[in-house]
Design a protein around this ligand. Structure first.
Ligand SMILES: NCc1[nH]cc(CCC(=O)O)c1CC(=O)O
Length: 332
């Protein structure tokens, strides 16, 4: 059976030989699986026959980022820590498409692999989670209630830099592992608190674990945070077309802007970089941030423009931030 037979009687693209099921590549973490299932549900709503025929087959792929649990992402280095093995599976034809957290997907994909669709954004903001017995934070001043010298778990140089810039007295210690593991380690008292993406908590049904949601003006989120992206082989016209039907145009515009900014600034994950765009009354508003890991330097800039120029807007804001930063920020 060819999928094009299922989709329409007169396929708009020339059918090539594809056998069902459709093999969906994903990481194996509870969050990755929740995202993959939400994506399948969305595709099935658009095309119920896919659902009725039970066409999806999950393929769990372990990535370097999953295997190495004792280092900061910035220390492991290299691009595509959570995606390289998935791209390889796609390129080899072991899977048909793959579901990613866009935040973890490098800006420059390997040749032959494309981002076929970006799904509607979940909440892009970061949250603070706190151990028992700490005062509930004020959303307008979310770090104020943290006791002097408190120890916050994070593996993200972006979160560390922004937190230390506001509260140089705090200590940021490395914490890795999936969302549930991090929550448990804070509950066990190993850390006073931790910073996480609200999107991940929400997708896991754990939104109540957030002590406070941090406004993007206080903590600029990571480029792509809260957005799920789906990659396919570039020559798979049929799947590209199917996936474009569930594309969220706003998510595409903001991700182009945020990823354009990231590409212009660095492209690696060693420099603390934030990028957050939203569409307000048809206009794209973009905030970019560059900082030094210890918070001793922090620069934020904003720009606005037409969502159609999203990527160029991102690149020029990135260039601007780079031009205004001390040289050491971008040394490897
Ligand atoms: N790097 C891990 C990662 N990748 C995506 C998410 C959350 C979901 C998202 O941002 O879409 C997380 C966990 C976190 O940052 O708390």
């Amino acid at each position: 059976m060819r999928i094009s037979d299922v989709l329409s009687h007169e396929p708009r693209v020339k059918p090539h030989r594809r056998t069902l099921p459709l093999r969906v590549g994903t990481r194996g973490s509870p969050l990755a699986l929740a995202q993959t299932r939400a994506f399948q549900a969305q595709l099935s709503r658009f095309c119920p026959v896919l659902d009725a025929m039970n066409v999806f087959e999950e393929h769990i792929i372990t990535t370097t980022g999953d295997r190495v649990q004792d280092k900061r992402l910035a220390e492991i280095g290299g691009k595509g820590l959570f995606s390289k093995e998935i791209h390889e599976a796609l390129a080899d034809g072991r899977i048909d498409f793959a579901v990613h957290s866009l935040k973890d997907l490098e800006t420059e994909l390997p040749p032959g692999i494309v981002l076929a669709c970006t799904l509607k954004r979940e909440d892009a903001r970061d949250v603070l989670i706190l151990g028992d017995g700490l005062d509930r934070p004020d959303p307008l001043d979310p770090y104020a209630s943290l006791p002097a010298g408190a120890i916050i778990g994070s593996a993200s140089v972006r979160r560390q830099a922004q937190l230390l810039h506001a509260r140089p007295d705090l200590t940021v210690r490395m914490i890795r592992g999936n969302v549930q593991t991090r929550l448990n380690r804070v509950k066990a008292g190993e850390f006073d608190g931790s910073l996480l993406a609200f999107a991940g908590l929400r997708r896991l049904g754990l939104a109540h674990e957030a002590a406070v949601v941090i406004a993007p003006e206080i903590m600029v989120p990571a480029a792509g945070q809260g957005i799920v992206g789906v990659t396919v082989r570039a020559d798979d016209v049929e799947l590209c077309e199917l996936l474009s039907a569930i594309e969220d145009p706003d998510a595409r515009a903001v991700s182009l802007a945020e990823r354009g900014l990231l590409a212009a600034l660095d492209g690696s994950c060693r420099t603390p970089i934030g990028g957050y765009a939203r569409i307000c009354n048809g206009e794209l508003h973009l905030t970019g941030l560059v900082a030094r890991e210890d918070g001793s330097f922090l620069l934020r800039a904003e720009s606005r423009g037409n969502p159609r120029d999203a990527e160029a807007l991102g690149r020029s804001l990135g260039d601007e931030l780079r031009g205004q930063s001390p040289a050491d920020i971008f040394l490897d």
